[in-house]
Design a protein around this ligand. Structure first.
Ligand code: ZN
Ligand code: ZN
Length: 479
């Protein structure tokens, strides 16, 4: 999952503590650290560590549905991998979340033209009654049209929403797909619907692999069965509906919440030499959806962060500040790992120098933005100068959100970057059986490591801070 920031730099500049920081010296990266960062960057561009890590994770653990049979195996894998990479300190912090299970799922058009549909249940969907749920379909082109529907027209029906996403470099159409998926089932439920279907929140119009993802149900007792149709199956349903006859669909979903589970964030550190208590946060989320092996979402993010820290570890001397890699628990079902981390470490936010998480696949990073205090803009420009030769443009108009889980620390006041990857094809495969290792280009992945290693090292060596303080960035929506 990924959230998109609409807030502009203007918001991040509206610092609550503007008067307090006005007297600060400008933060700067010493010339020696810049040279080392350039070397890290150049080494990383030809380093295969990240690819080896994501290959190991997706092969030896495979799918990692939160609370599922591989949750614990993934944590054990992450602890062992961080230790094998030589990190100075490796530990876990518990995270609890509802345990949702997917057992089986199928669907079909029953009338007027009986045939199977390719679909997948959405996270937190309850199962259908034994023998399935059969009801007439009522279709809406958009979420707004569903919102405007009269409850008597929806009652007892299976609601279908057909909103489409198209490919974008920054993936901004996901705002459409994810809002239909999270809000749609709840709105349908409130209007008395029996079930909910959407056109998959994805961008490959030809793939029969449906896209799963979380719903926004808050009361399991009221939740209705909800599933996503593969794009060609959504097309087919729309063609059948166009005949103007009543269309009946059967959903047979065996899934649901079965209890509570305690997993953990897995954390590994390269301990700072002079300011060990000051931290540069990087990471990804360790869980994935179950149909694929979670290569682009988010094995890649975990691998990028681990490999960047490994390169810094291999320098002749430890960095001044601590580099912390966090492999977050259960991002997919509601940012549980990120929220637990912010709850535990939020009071210490001033010590979290600068952070960002990778959770948008493995495409090349093309844009950097930042939420920092005004006196640290020069240091961000120094980082940008090191990253420019590998294709990263600094956009000073956009706020930095910190990525999915670390958006929660940013909301507490952590200075944050956004390192935006090329997501043109990310939503072709996201949350489907197609999220597998072959979708990752090793050279693109290495470019990501180069960006993370260089930025994290410069943040660790900076002379001065980036403005992290309780409540420091109240205007940012986060990303
Ligand atoms: Zn995801
Ligand atoms: Zn993700």
């Amino acid at each position: 999952m990924r959230r998109f920031s609409l807030s502009l730099l203007a918001a991040s500049l509206a610092l609550a503590s503007a008067t307090a920081v006005a007297a600060d010296r400008a933060t700067a990266i010493p010339a020696k650290a810049v040279r080392t960062a350039e070397q890290l960057r150049d080494t990383a561009m030809h380093d295969g560590t990240a690819y080896a890590i994501v290959q190991s994770l997706t092969t030896e653990v495979g799918p990692r549905l939160a609370g599922g049979p591989n949750d614990q195996r993934a944590r054990e894998w992450a602890v062992a991998k961080m230790k094998a990479l030589g990190f100075d300190r490796v530990y876990t912090e518990p995270v609890s979340y509802p345990l949702w299970e997917r057992r089986s799922e199928s669907g079909a058009i029953v009338a007027p033209f009986p045939q199977k549909l390719a679909l997948t249940a959405l996270g937190y969907s309850p199962g259908t009654p034994m023998g399935g749920l059969t009801a007439e379909v009522i279709a809406f082109p958009t979420l707004e049209a569903l919102k405007a529907a009269r409850p008597p027209d929806v009652k007892g029906r299976i609601v279908y929403v057909g909103a489409r996403m198209t490919r974008q470099k920054d993936g901004h159409d996901y705002a459409i797909g994810s809002s239909v998926r999270t809000q749609g089932p709840v709105i349908a439920q409130d209007k008395g619907a029996a079930g909910f279907l959407l056109r998959s929140a994805g961008t490959d119009p030809h793939s029969r692999a449906p896209h799963t993802g979380v719903t926004g149900f808050t009361d399991p007792a009221k939740a209705i069965p909800a599933a996503a149709l593969a794009a060609p199956d959504a097309d087919q349903l729309e063609r059948v509906l166009a005949y103007g006859k009543p269309v009946r669909v059967k959903l047979d979903l065996d899934c649901g919440i079965t209890g509570q589970y305690t997993g953990a964030n897995v954390i590994g550190e390269i301990t700072g030499r002079t300011h060990p208590q000051q931290i540069v946060d990087i990471g990804g989320h360790l869980d994935s959806w179950d149909p694929g092996t979670g290569a682009i979402d988010d094995g890649a993010g975990v691998a990028i962060a681990m490999a960047a820290a490994k390169l810094i570890h291999d320098l002749p001397q430890r960095p001044d500040r601590t580099i912390r890699v966090i492999a977050f628990a259960n991002e997919e079902m509601g940012l549980f790992g990120g929220r637990a981390y912010a709850e535990k470490h939020g009071a210490d936010v001033a010590n979290h120098q600068l952070g960002t998480e990778s959770d948008f696949g493995a495409g090349r990073i093309w844009r950097m933005s930042a939420s920092v205090k005004p006196q640290a803009r020069g240091a961000i420009e120094q980082i940008a100068k090191v990253l420019a030769p590998i294709g990263v443009a600094y956009d000073a108009r956009v706020a930095g959100g910190g990525g999915s889980d670390l958006s929660q620390m940013h909301a507490k006041g952590m200075a944050a970057l956004s390192l935006t990857q090329d997501g043109t094809h990310y939503f072709d495969w996201h949350h489907t059986s197609e999220d597998t290792l072959d979708k990752i280009d090793p050279a693109d992945l290495a470019q990501n490591v180069a960006v993370y290693a260089a930025y994290a090292y410069m943040a660790a060596q900076a002379d001065g801070d980036f403005g992290s303080a309780p409540g420091a960035f109240p205007g940012d929506a986060g990303e």
